[in-house]
Design a binder for this molecule. Structure first.
Ligand code: DOR
Ligand code: ZN
Length: 317
């Protein structure tokens, strides 16, 4: 297929940063996606409606002229988050979720939560106001093998959260394992998952075989091929629990190409194109529109976009 027209997609997991990086990256997202869930892991993290509001304004100011793009803000859960913060977010009209980073799990997660059970009252409050909880699902103890961190988070933490808060909408962000796919598939309609383009297109060989390729290093880390196949199957299945979230995460070149390179794959410049490639490889381009444009807004209870986007297949490096 040479051309494909779909309802304009949204990105349900995006890092935009702030300052100069924001100005550089926002045109890429706004050219493709109508809306994006904007991650709050700035330094310092976005923990209040006031901060989310000024960050939102900074994003709007950085947009190219005539861009048609709406940032959907999130707040960063910390041990200091209060019930009032959650009520204020629900009333704000600009906040669409709270992000749980286990402390130390990834880039700018030091302010995250080290005792998840201690914030169960906050999950209760989120459930009461019907505000989604977005989870970076990896255990963080340094003794755990990096390839097992997602699976063990599900066993040790996620299963209990889902059991205790059955009507809390949860997005298990950037699923990378067959275990995550199986868990989300078997859960109620309150539990969904985003899937990134890098985890659909690559397995860990792309990171490690024939030389270390730091631009493929992200967290959760790329897994083995059987996990990738499970992700592709889920994304192309038409199951509305799985939708698009690029996790595009810009970092400066010298910090990626470094003896201790940082985590994050930048993909916003080809956000929807990379998914089209993965879906075409799976002979499932007919399933791209649901994954990219319908299931996300349905889960977040927002209207689907009315405008269209046409993809044209061309050679590109
Ligand atoms: O690889 C990652 N980079 N994973 C995350 O969870 C965060 C992100 C970032 O902010 O750079
Ligand atoms: Zn992320």
């Amino acid at each position: 297929m040479k051309r494909l027209t779909i309802t304009r997609p949204d990105d349900w997991h995006l890092h935009l940063r702030n300052g100069d990086i924001l100005k550089t990256v926002i045109p890429h997202t706004a050219q493709r996606f109508a809306r994006a869930i904007v991650m709050p892991n700035l330094k310092p993290p976005v923990t209040s409606v006031a901060r989310a509001s000024s960050y939102r304004q900074e994003i709007l100011n950085a947009l190219p002229e005539n861009a048609d793009f709406t940032p959907l803000m999130t707040l960063y859960l910390t041990a200091a988050t209060t019930q009032e913060d959650i009520k204020a977010a629900a009333a704000s009209g600009i906040v669409y979720g709270f992000k749980l980073y286990p402390a130390g799990a990834t880039t700018n997660s030091d302010a995250g939560v080290s005792q998840v059970k201690a914030i169960y009252p906050l999950f209760e409050a989120l459930q009461n106001v019907d505000m989604p909880l977005l989870i970076h699902g990896e255990v963080t103890d340094s003794k755990t093998d990096i390839f097992d961190r997602e699976r063990l988070f599900i066993e040790r933490t996620l299963i209990d959260i889902v059991r205790q808060f059955p009507e809390l909408r949860i997005v298990f962000e950037h699923a990378t394992t067959r275990d995550a796919i199986d868990f989300v598939t078997a859960s109620s309609s309150f539990v969904a998952s985003t899937i990134t383009p890098q985890h659909l297109l690559y397995n860990r060989n792309a990171l490690l075989a024939g030389g270390i390729r730091p631009h493929h290093y992200c967290l959760p880390i790329l897994k083995r091929e059987d996990h990738r196949l499970a992700l592709v199957k889920a994304a192309t299945s038409g199951n509305p629990k799985f939708f698009l979230g690029t996790d595009s995460a810009p970092h400066q070149t010298h910090l990626k190409e470094n003896a201790c390179g940082c985590a994050g794959c930048y993909s916003a410049h080809a956000g929807i194109e990379l998914y089209a490639e993965a879906f075409e490889q799976a002979e499932a381009l007919d399933k791209l529109e649901g994954f990219a444009s319908f299931f996300g807004p349905d889960f977040y209870r927002l209207p689907r976009n009315a405008d269209k986007l046409t993809l044209v297949k061309t050679e590109w490096r």
